[in-house]
Structure formats: structure tokens, C-alpha cells
Design a protein. Sequence first.
Length: 160
Amino acid sequence: MRQLKYKTVLNLILVFSIFSILFAFYVEYILGHKPCNLCLLQRLPYIATIMLIVLVMIFKNLEKMSFLLLSLIFLAGSLLAIYHVGIERGLISESFVCGNNIDTNITDKSEILKQLQNKVISCKDVTFAIFGISLATINTFISAFLTIITLVIFIRYEKK
């Protein structure tokens, strides 16, 4: 019975991760809100989660360890999201990840204009929010919740 419960949790996390990635693409490509570099990095834990759960479905004996790995993945996602929220709120200054990638050694005007046209979205600018809450803030809570859930399951995991 517990095995069914663990598989259900993994399936729910898989579906949620796929939904999160698809929603991010919807906001970017359909609604036209360009993501900053940290927004793009915050997709990586969900992509890693999808790949890990698919591997667990193939190699069924890795189920318990997958919950530990998932908790570490979501912990990293939480920390990244907290960092992003700190930048959005002005508590942390933007890092090189958020900065413009303009090469200052270029002397040709056309090359400088090309680089300026590829505007980098600032990590402190919230381009999309739900009920006034940025996606980075929402991701902070979701990732922290999933970290706790997967860690508790790993600790309590029983296999008969």
C-alpha cells in the first residue's frame, strides 16, 4: 500500500514539474513576458526533477534514494528562488548572472548596436505576477514545500 502512495507522490511531482515548465513557456512565448537569467535558471530544478522521476520509473529500485535527490534538487531551487526574490526586493544587488553581457572591448558601432538590441532583462524587474506576487516568490514557497515533503518521505520511507 505504501509503495502505491510513494508512486502517487512521484507522479504528482512529475505532473506538477511538467506543468511548471509548460506554464513558464506559456508566459514566455504566448504572453510575451521575457524571462531574466535567474528565471531561466529556476527552470533547471524542474527539468532535473522530470529526468530523475522518469529514471526512477525505469529503474524501480531507486525510489527511496529519489526522494533524497528530489529534496536536494528542490532545496537548490528554493535557494535560487530566495536569491531572486532578494534581488527583486532590492535586498541583494544583482550579480553577474543578471547583468548585461555587453563586450566593452568592441569598437565597431554596428557590433555595439547589435549587442544593445539584445536587451537583457534585469533580475530585479518583475515582468509577470499572479495576484501581485512574482513567479520567483511563488517558486520560493513551492520549492520549499516540495523540499520538506520529499525529505520527510525519504526519512519515513519503508520498503517491505
